[in-house]
Ligand binder design. Structure first.
Ligand code: 4NP
Length: 160
């Protein structure tokens, strides 16, 4: 039986700092891969910080998702990750080492979620970060999209 045939969809939470740049793009990329490969996944995203809670993704993330991925992510709203997420999701995937450290501190001792870096799933990129594009220009968001798309495909492959 492969991942697409399990009864309960595998659930995945993408986590960055603000939940307005990297993790919404990673969420959209994984949704797209799951649809294409007919894998039943439940995908969400959150931030370790609370500054942008309730906000839609950064306009540059929305623009890049539309232009490079043909996906509209304007309906997404930022939320902060919680300890409860460690019981709700099967996989929590952090964008960078700071996110991973914050998540490790938040993780309950009896957490059931598997916690790792998103890029750990990409051969040769274990320990690498999805760079934060927030303070740069649109090019940084294009790089983010390419990175999270490749990682989403590699993650999906790991479920097979
Ligand atoms: P993200 O990017 O973590 O990829 O959503 C950031 C968004 C906002 C801030 C930093 C990074 N900020 O400092 O407000």
């Amino acid at each position: 039986m492969n991942a697409g045939e399990t009864k309960r969809p595998i659930s995945v939470l993408m986590v960055c700092l603000g939940n307005i740049c990297r993790s919404p793009l990673a969420e959209a990329a994984l949704r797209q891969v799951a649809e294409r490969e007919r894998i039943r996944l439940r995908v969400d995203s959150a931030g370790t910080g609370d500054w942008h809670v309730g906000n839609p993704p950064d306009w540059r993330a929305r623009e890049v998702a539309k232009r490079l991925g043909a996906i509209d992510i304007s309906d997404l709203r930022a939320r902060q990750v919680s300890a409860n997420d460690f019981y709700v999701f099967d996989h929590i995937l952090a964008m960078d080492g700071d996110n991973l450290a914050n998540l490790t501190a938040l993780r309950p001792v009896d957490a059931t979620a598997n916690l790792s870096l998103l890029l750990d799933y990409v051969p040769g990129q274990k320990g690498n970060a999805v760079a934060d594009p927030y303070y740069g220009d649109t090019t940084g968001f294009e790089i983010t999209w390419v990175q999270v798309s490749a990682a989403a495909a590699a993650f999906a492959k790991s479920l097979r």
